[in-house]
Design a protein around this ligand. Structure first.
Ligand SMILES: [Fe+2]
Ligand SMILES: [Fe+2]
Length: 314
């Protein structure tokens, strides 16, 4: 970087420290733009790929009321993806890139999405658990990102977080019904919890080590985020472990405990090698979901063509 660029970056960082919010047209260091693009693309594509696990349960929801609520949630998630892709596109425009690049990268295996959306959803309890405990994890991350330094992202997040709060209530309501239900329903929830727990521990990403450190440190320095992965995971454990245990369910981690003085949780580290493999599209449902998305994208090509032609004609 030339000396002028360094001085400008320093000045930019000082403005951020003073609480300044950045808009899309403002000057920003390349590294700041790159971190935002990486984070917002990951978020956007996770919202879109996150529609697919629950979509599997729309035709099989146990009542019409549950079916309507689940459809509305799936639709919300697609809308979150749309909002975020627009935010990412503004940042990618100087490089001549747009949403089609994001989709091409997704299909070519270059664009990651969250580990939880690579997993199977074999029972109705899994669908409820996603709403309660996966959206519950997402809102902890997104609530923290609301205070970030890039204004267009925080504006989109404000709307997203409000809708996520409904998703959690919807998921919680399904899980409570199962918890108060028959022995078979309780067993179904317990099985889903046992299956999902390691993935929930992976959700926030590894503690500060290895490759994650550079992105984590950079996003903290740029005030895009204000908490580390581990701080978010600790907050999640404090919020959800007591609730899960109060329902009489067993969290499949015999080492899980909270220090009564420091309130810090110790827990079994998930297999981070497995996490890397899952987000590299080697999860049990990665290929099937990517194929579904690829097919849907191809089938929607005519809509994009019509929209592009209409824009040109106006
Ligand atoms: Fe969402
Ligand atoms: Fe959600």
């Amino acid at each position: 970087m030339n000396p002028d660029g360094e001085a400008r970056t320093q000045e930019f960082l000082e403005r951020l420290d003073g609480g300044h919010l950045v808009e899309a047209d403002d000057w920003m260091p390349d590294a700041y733009r790159a971190e935002l693009v990486r984070l917002i693309r990951l978020h956007a594509v996770s919202e879109i790929m996150g529609t697919l696990p629950e979509k599997e349960w729309v035709p099989r929801a146990p009542t019409l009321y549950r079916k309507l609520a689940l459809m509305a949630k799936v639709q919300d998630e697609a809308g979150h993806g749309q909002l975020l892709i627009r935010v990412a596109e503004d940042l990618m425009a100087p490089r001549g890139e747009n949403r089609e690049h994001i989709m091409e990268d997704l299909f070519a295996g270059r664009q990651k999405f969250h580990n939880v959306f690579h997993l199977p959803v074999p029972t109705w309890a899994d669908a409820g658990l996603i709403g309660w405990l996966v959206d519950g994890a997402a809102i902890i991350t997104q609530g923290m990102l609301l205070g970030g330094s890039y204004a267009p992202y925080t504006r989109a997040l404000r709307r997203i977080v409000e809708e996520e709060a409904f998703h959690i209530q919807h998921g919680e309501s399904i899980c409570m019904a199962l918890a108060e239900g028959t022995a078979g329903q309780r067993a179904m929830f317990q099985e889903a919890l046992t299956r999902w727990w390691p993935a929930l521990m992976m959700f926030f990403g590894p503690p500060e080590d290895g490759a994650a450190l550079s992105h984590q440190a950079a996003t903290l320095r740029f005030r895009i985020r204000s908490k580390t992965n581990e701080e978010l995971r600790q907050r999640y454990l404090s919020k959800y472990v007591p609730r899960i245990r109060s329902l009489g369910f067993i969290i499949p981690d015999p080492t899980l405990q909270q220090d009564p003085d420091t309130k810090a949780w110790t827990y079994q580290q998930p297999d981070w090698q497995q996490w890397r493999a899952i987000i590299a599209n080697h999860g049990p449902r990665s290929a099937a979901r990517l194929n579904l998305r690829r097919t849907s994208y191809a089938e929607g090509q005519w809509v994009r063509d019509v929209m592009a032609a209409t824009r040109k004609a106006v």
